[in-house]
Design a protein around this ligand. Structure first.
Ligand code: HEC
Length: 125
C-alpha cells in the first residue's frame, strides 16, 4: 500500500513538473506558422518574408530574451539596424569579419536571396 502511494506521488510530481516545463515554440513565436519563405509570389518585405525566415532559423538564439552577441532579431527595428550596419548579410553570407550564421550551417539559398532583396530594397516593412 505504501509502495503504491509512493509510485502515485512520483507520477503526480512528474505530471506537475512536465506541465510547468511545457514550452511550445509556435506559441512563443506565432510568426513561424504558415509560410513558405521562398515563395517568389510573395514580396520581400519584413512582414511577408524576412520575419518568417529569421524566426525559423535565428530566434532560438536572437530573441529579446536570449540575444546572443547582443543581437536581437525578433522585431523590425532591430533587424533593420543589423541590416544597415552590414552584420545581417555579413553573418548570413559568411563574409570575413563576421561570425557565420547560423553557427555551423547556412540557410537555404532562396532564403538568403529573399533577405538580400530586402536589404537591396532598403528594408521595406
Ligand atoms: C545556436 C545559436 C544561434 C543561432 C541559431 C543563430 N545565431 Fe547569430 N549569433 C550567435 C552567437 C553566440 C553570436 C555571438 C558570436 C560572438 O559574438 O562571438 C551571434 C552573432 C550574430 C551576429 C553578429 C555577427 C557579427 O560578427 O557581428 C549576427 C548579425 C547574427 N548572429 C545573425 C544571425 C542570423 C541572421 C541567424 C539566423 C540565420 C542567426 N544569427 C542564428 C548564435 C546564434
Amino acid at each position: 500500500m505504501k509502495l503504491i502511494r509512493h509510485i502515485l506521488f512520483i507520477f503526480l510530481l512528474t505530471l506537475i513538473v512536465n506541465g510547468c516545463a511545457y514550452n511550445n515554440f509556435e506559441e512563443l513565436y506565432p510568426q513561424t506558422i504558415n509560410n513558405n519563405p521562398c515563395d517568389s509570389s510573395v514580396a520581400s518585405t519584413y512582414n511577408l518574408s524576412v520575419k518568417y525566415i529569421l524566426s525559423n532559423n535565428c530566434l532560438t538564439c536572437h530573441s529579446s530574451d536570449v540575444a546572443y552577441g547582443g543581437v536581437v532579431l525578433d522585431n523590425y527595428e532591430s533587424v533593420r539596424e543589423q541590416a544597415q550596419k552590414g552584420a545581417l548579410m555579413g553573418a548570413i553570407l559568411h563574409k570575413s569579419g563576421y561570425q557565420p550564421m547560423p553557427p555551423g550551417t547556412s540557410i537555404p539559398q532562396c532564403q538568403i536571396d529573399k533577405i538580400q532583396q530586402w536589404v537591396d530594397a532598403n528594408e521595406p516593412q
